[in-house]
Design a protein around this ligand. Structure first.
Ligand SMILES: [Zn+2]
Length: 75
């Protein structure tokens, strides 16, 4: 039997407020953040520009999920 299921483009749900990928938990966000950093470091090694500078995981009040942000936490 041929598997003809269409795979969703995004693995994660997207927050309507921020348009960002939504993670179920802080831990999920941290896992993604770690892999994002890994990719960014690899690109730097090859001298490629990298626009992904996410440095923090925060809880979204709108969707109740977690997002990554490149902005520093406000004091
Ligand atoms: Zn959200």
């Amino acid at each position: 039997m041929i598997n003809c299921k269409i795979r969703p483009r995004h693995k994660f749900a997207v927050c309507q407020q921020s348009g960002k990928q939504r993670y179920r938990s802080r831990r999920d966000g941290l896992v993604i953040l770690t892999s994002t950093r890994h990719v960014a470091a690899q690109r730097e090694n090859y001298g490629l520009p990298c626009h992904r500078k996410e440095c923090r995981v925060y809880k979204c009040d709108t969707c109740g999920g977690w997002h990554l942000t490149s902005k520093e936490a406000r004091a």
